[in-house]
Design a protein around this ligand. Structure first.
Ligand code: DGJ
Length: 311
């Protein structure tokens, strides 16, 4: 039993196996947190003609928890395919899964970055299920709204139940915000271009006191770089890109991590967790998690590094 978070350390599930849920996100539903992430449990290989480490796709894992420390493995809820024509082919890329619930349809939508091994396909894929633990049925992939690329991504559902995909586009140079349709299975044609030419990826979005905050990284493959926070009064922007929210030693490299999700903790006032990945390029399956508390200096986000902490 864990009773605290231990950023960067090996994190075991309730069966004693290493948690495989990288680039992940969390959905809260009916008293349970569901953590979806990349199962990177395969051995490293390299992309032909590219100096980029990868592992074959196994699929998207799901874990469940009621206390956020102890996680039960719910299995691979969207498995890879051995069909080379499938978006989910083992030899392709399936990253940064985020699951949202549609109150109107009662469906769970699992969005992820789907790509070819050379990252040129650059699309957002979606799968649907009746239960948070699946089974999920893959519906297909998009270049949302404008027909532009979609690589690193997150999804955000606003208080009015309208959902948005934030995605690195234009070869990662510009962060798009694309509004979804009412079913969250596609897009309604409305989008904004943000941070033009800034090369931000790994977006995660939250809302506090009516303002929106987005943390992103710069683009350096698996290597860590500096995080930046952006703020907006409206979810589609305009977004203002500000400085680094990290405040402890190692802040200029996000303490070795890269953002993936910001979790609002239920039933705890003003409590948010910054979730990041510690990528281990030389052995991706040993990549770790770094969950840190978010603190506020009035409306300025601050992310300190702490070796062990509790909610
Ligand atoms: C950075 C992205 O944030 C990751 O999700 C992954 O695509 C790596 N690049 C691959 O180098």
């Amino acid at each position: 039993m864990y009773t605290a978070f231990h950023p960067k350390e090996v994190w075991l599930d309730t069966d004693g196996n290493v948690i495989q849920a990288h680039g992940g996100g969390i959905l809260y539903k009916d008293g349970v947190y569901y953590w979806y992430g990349e199962n990177k449990g395969a051995d490293n290989c390299t992309v032909e003609g590219k100096n980029l480490a990868r592992v074959d796709v196994i699929g998207i894992s799901c874990y469940s928890s009621t206390d956020l420390y102890n996680w039960k493995n719910e299995g691979v809820v969207l498995p890879a395919s051995d069909d080379p024509d499938s978006d989910l082919y083992t030899g392709k890329v399936l990253e940064r899964p985020k699951c949202i619930y549609n109150k109107r349809t009662g469906k769970y939508l699992l969005w992820a970055h789907v790509d070819t091994a050379d990252y040129k396909f650059a699309r957002a894929g979606v799968a649907i299920a009746d239960s948070p633990t699946g089974p999920f049925t893959y519906l297909g992939s998009f270049r949302p709204n404008a027909g532009e690329m979609s690589r690193d991504m997150t999804v955000f559902v606003d208080d009015d139940d309208v959902a948005y995909l934030f995605h690195s586009s234009e070869d990662n140079a510009t962060m798009y915000c694309s509004r979804m349709n009412a079913d969250y299975t596609g897009f309604d044609g409305t989008y904004t271009r943000n941070f033009e030419g800034e090369y931000r990826e790994a977006p995660c979005v939250m809302k506090r006191n009516g303002r929106y905050y987005m943390v992103t990284s710069y683009c350096t493959g698996w290597a860590p770089n500096v995080a930046r926070v952006a703020v907006a009064d409206s979810v589609m922007g305009p977004w203002t890109l500000l400085g680094n929210p990290c405040v402890s030693e190692g802040a200029e490299l996000t303490y070795g991590g890269q953002s993936t999700h910001i979790l609002k903790v239920e039933d705890m006032e003003d409590t948010y967790i910054f979730m990041a990945d510690i990528w281990k390029a030389e052995n991706l399956q040993d990549s770790r998690y770094m969950w840190l508390p978010i603190e506020w200096d009035e409306d300025q986000m601050q992310i300190p590094f702490v070796e062990e902490w509790r909610l």
